[in-house]
Design a protein around this ligand. Structure first.
Ligand code: GYE
Length: 331
């Protein structure tokens, strides 16, 4: 129900001495990918919490369990229900043209968060917010390269394993692009293994286990999220090696468990990708409700890099010692 109508109903019911009806005037639907990682849990909590706490807003939430077909069904369902806004992140980046065109035809404002669809230039959306995945991937490798130089190891032949996220997700394609581009700056680093671990702890552990059997030597693990890095740490320990020393481990996301692993000396670095989109969603919908237009530019939040000692210069940022800020972290 629109605000003016609701105000009239409220006024009428107050005149008649009837208790004001508790009804939601803005229905916000969110098609979430699944619950594969600590990042995703924090992301769901941030967005859902912000909507649920907002007066007059109602949340319609769908968890697609990592399946594109479930997301497509959810989006069509949102259209049928006549929701006021749709929040969308795509498990993979391709295959959304048709269903997002249907959202456009239904004239439901579409807000893109996190993993953006590759048809972004062909659809109408009101605002977009997500991580700069290419830059995150670049920072991961640059951190390892600069750290190795600092340790005087740039004369060695360094073997690198890249554990990738869900194949076809923009967070995987972007971070891989950044990883590989940055490796050009560090010719002493060579990729010897590259495989998906699907952004989960269990698969991260399984992939690392098999690499430790098939590879003679791995000096650096670049894991495209912290959950996979944490799973890999378990596999490394089980193989009798010391994570953080025998194998340098760089993760991505900067979740609390990664900070704890860094402080414990078992992980070396995590590149931040914030999941805290709740405030962005609130600001955007409030502005649209007030008739304001949003900038179509994709908003990338400012993010840091956290490690054991701090002070590693990565060009666009300098790493911060994880132990100094662990208590301030909210996810
Ligand atoms: O890095 C990973 C999650 O899309 C940025 O998805 C997100 C990624 C995040 O599963 O942990």
């Amino acid at each position: 129900m629109k605000k003016k109508v609701l105000a009239a109903v409220l006024a009428a019911s107050m005149c008649m001495g009837i208790a004001a009806p508790a009804m939601a005037d803005v229905k916000i639907a969110f098609s979430q990918i699944g619950q594969e990682s600590d990042w995703r849990t924090a992301n769901t909590d941030s967005i859902n919490g912000a909507i649920e706490e907002h007066e007059g807003w109602e949340l319609i939430y769908d968890d697609a369990q990592q399946k594109q077909e479930n997301q497509i069904k959810a989006l069509r369902n949102f259209i049928t229900q006549g929701v006021d806004y749709i929040l969308f992140t795509g498990v993979v980046s391709t295959g959304w043209e048709e269903v997002l065109a249907e959202v456009n035809e239904a004239e439901i404002p579409l807000i893109l968060v996190d993993r953006l669809p590759d048809c972004i230039d062909k659809i109408d959306y009101v605002a977009a917010f997500g991580g700069d995945f290419v830059e995150e991937g670049r920072r991961q490798v640059a951190w390892a390269g600069e750290y190795l130089k600092q340790q005087g190891r740039d004369s060695e032949d360094i073997k690198v394993a890249i554990m990738e996220g869900t194949t076809g997700a923009s967070a995987q394609t972007g971070r891989t692009e950044g990883n590989l581009a940055a490796l050009e700056d560090y010719p002493f680093m060579e990729v010897v293994a590259q495989q998906t671990g699907n952004f989960t702890r269990a698969e991260g552990q399984a992939v690392m286990e098999s690499w430790l059997k098939s590879e003679d030597k791995i000096d650096v693990l670049i894991a495209q999220n912290d959950d996979m890095a944490l799973g890999a740490i378990d596999a490394i320990k089980a193989a009798g090696l010391v994570p953080g020393e025998d194998i340098i481990i760089v993760g991505c996301d900067s979740v609390k468990a990664a900070f704890e692993a860094i402080v414990a000396g078992e992980m070396n670095c995590t590149v931040e990708c914030t999941p805290l989109y709740g405030p962005f969603v609130v600001e955007t919908i409030e502005a649209l409700e007030n008739g304001e237009e949003m900038d179509k530019e994709v908003v990338h939040p400012e993010e840091g890099v956290y490690d054991m000692e701090g002070g590693i210069d990565l060009g666009s940022t300098t790493s911060i010692k994880a132990a100094d800020v662990i208590d301030e972290r909210i996810y």
